[in-house]
Design a protein around this ligand. Sequence first.
Ligand code: SF4
Length: 359
Amino acid sequence: MIADQVLTPNTPLRQSKLWMPERVLFTPAALSEPWGKQILARVESLNLPVEELARNRLTGLRGESERDTYDIAKRTLAVVTAPPSSMKLSPIPPSADWQFHLAEGCPAHCQYCYLAGSLQGPPVIRVFANLPQILENLAAYEQPGKSTSFEVSCYTDPLGIEHLTGSLAQCIRYFGTRDDAHLRWVSKFDAVDDLLNLPHNGHTRCRISVNAAPVSGRFEGGTASVSSRLMALRRLALPQEQGGGGYPVGLVIAPIMHIDDWQIHYGRLFDQISEALDFDCDLTFELISHRFTPGSKEVLQTWYPHSKLDMDEDKRSVKRNKFGGTKYVYDTDTMKAMKRFFESEIGRRFPNAKILYWT
Ligand code: SF4
């Protein structure tokens, strides 16, 4: 975890360390794909140990305990092909019309991780070698004359693995060529150099996920510091003539936690955001309060047995979905107070920004 630095627009860049896996596994199918070969060339140029598997299956990734399995998996990059079933996209409200995936799994160690309970098997970072096919498939979901949005960060942090894959840049280039399709991605990393000069045509919204210092400092292992993320967002948003990326940008404040002195801590976060984005830009906010499910709690407790993350069901309200699933959320009064605070801070500091949703 990198300590937060004081942020001003003139803060010298101190990019966080890139994640380097200890093993990189390739399936035969992945190696037969041109995009897989491109990933191979990248990881070889970084001198990472490469193993070619005999079959198109990942095995031998389990340790003696769930925590050992977690440790092994989080140090492993597997290059595989996305299965045919992944070509059938699912909607992802309220973030976007559709989700698609360039990878599954994430190298960071957030103790509240959204992936816990969503992905099956050890949390190895799987990246997809058949990216051109994945992108080609998206055209079927576009509606001519109507803007269609695609979210690519539901199951991974695409910037956290970009130095190993180049896949996010390829997605941005692809969406830059589409008339009515828009890409959205979000990250807790900061290595944006290779994204600044891409022909995105305004069709990609780059978002950075941030949180108050007590939450990011305690629960977001392996990520870039919040101030480094904000510097990265500033660079993405600055016009290209000023050395930036000229992208539409966004902040995802998540998961918002009802910690002690939450107004003070989130107020300080807004101070940092205001310093980083002290110029006009196309800016959105997405506000997501902390929640958990019985399944995610169980997985998180095996991954982070000593975590101080508050997942006490007795202090939460139960929300049921139409399929009978249960979520534990903050009670209505707490939610209302926090929502009011965030809306008022954003309205006061960023009158032109759009709040896309509070949940
Ligand atoms: Fe999970 Fe997102 Fe943190 Fe990665 S960055 S560990 S996906 S919460």
